[in-house]
Write a protein that binds this ligand. Sequence first.
Ligand code: ATP
Ligand code: MG
Ligand code: MG
Length: 550
Amino acid sequence: EKRESSNFIEAEINKDIENNVYEGGRVLTRFPPEPNGYLHIGHVKSIFLNFGLGKKYHGATNVRFDDTNPVKEDEEYVNSILNDIRWLGFQWKEPVHYASDYFPELYEFACKLIRMGLAYVDDQSSEEIHNTRGDLEHPGTESPWRNRFVEENLKLFQEMRDGKYKDGEKCLRAKIDMASPNMVMRDPVLYRILRATHHRTGDTWYIYPLYDFAHPLSDALENITHSICTLEFEERRPLYNWCLQAYDGKEKPRQIEFARLNVTTMITSKRKLRKMVEAKLVNGWDDPRMPTISGIRRRGYTPESLKKFCDLIGVAKADSVVDISLLEYCIREDLKAKVPRIMTVIDPVKVVLTNYDENKIEYVDIENNPEDPSMGSRKVPFGRNLYIEAEDFMETPIKKFFRMSPGKEVRLKGAYIVKCTDVVKNDDGSIKEIHCTVDFDTRSGTPGADRKVKGTLHWVCADTAVDVETRLYDYLISPDDHDDGRDFMEKVNTHSLTVMKSKAEPEISKYHVGDRFQFLRKGYFIIDQDTTEDHMVCNRIVGLRDTWSK
Ligand code: ATP
Ligand code: MG
Ligand code: MG
């Protein structure tokens, strides 16, 4: 079977298959999140990549929680992460794995390294170890404890495990090369002493393995073939391979690095996102402004739009920043033919049609989606009292303002041409209501409708309107943000949520939490989970204007 490769990782896998590196050409990838927060847009890319490879090669993908750091990890995060993966449309190979499942094997393997003369217990503090690493110009200094005998190392390591020493009093280090040009290889720490309750193993362990040690072994124990990770791990690959060499697995997993995804306006670090949640700069991890998968989902994005986004950005070997407008383009593209359009006035101002019968309500026919005639049409009530958008009226119009202003005519979508005759003010000078007259000869669908006017406005019949709370969002971080030395917490836009009291046509009552539609001229919206029986809440997913050009 000849396989096309659509990126450099697939090209590498194809080579491995040709050379029969893995028996039967099998492919097994893994997605290894640390359960220390909610997944974000960067993880979306990693998920589509890893699970995509599993699918493409008729292989599979493991989920493994990289839970070697008990202090920051929690079951809440495990559940949200699994939920996010499922929502994106993927199924991992059962069971779900945890690096902590391998603590006994990792311990045994560490003992093996000691016996091989490849690891030693160091009594130096982490500060001393840090200060004796040297730098790129200078070799590091060997620890005075580097040449302990195997028997002593084994005894001390066992005592570390049994809780005989205080946190940080000793550690286990690999014995590699304190003069290596790769700083990672200067006797890296493999195990540290830490008294912390682990979310799965409780208080069983006083020592915890470090990522660089746990990861290659976990990959090997699961028979992973291709261990895909982000670019910052490239310099750690020699250590990854060093561990596997010592472990002596037959078919070694192979680490391949790709560029992290960065998106303008989005923070892609769980640690930073957690700080924002804890400081209450946002309303939780699933705030619709958050770049978390749960935030993006609640905002109204679809898995299909995220897939399209990942396909368009591709898989690169060099870091770059993708413009947020590309993601917005993807959701518009996905929704434009899929979801119905309805009329909602976000910021209503009242209009009275003075020559229209007070007791009359008529129904006008409006198509549900001009992109897809098969979606049909609906009857929309129309009467003497209406709402239009406040911004669609200007008492003293500026040049090229073709919406409503005194003396001018506009068409009300699907209904009549009306002419503004009067503006009634409140005591404070604000507009109380706008008076118009209807030209009854211009009803849409009749011959008189041919008469052209420049503007067409959406509207809602006041007597049948449904109250809707609409939530409009701005970016948390400015799209033109640059590094100006300020901490990210100072840059977060705390005025990024605007809540509006809006009026929708009664059609909206048919829909439920999670349903999406286009509010004519105002963007795509989704009904939010805060909706109750008598209070509807809609999130704006994205506006209509497309700023991304190919
Ligand atoms: P964070 O700093 O947000 O915690 P991380 O890399 O430490 O990110 P992990 O939970 O360890 O997060 O990540 C799981 C997987 O997702 C890893 O394979 C990691 O490389 C990948 N990943 C994380 N962030 C990105 C990103 N921005 N772009 C692509 N892949 C990412
Ligand atoms: Mg990580
Ligand atoms: Mg991290």
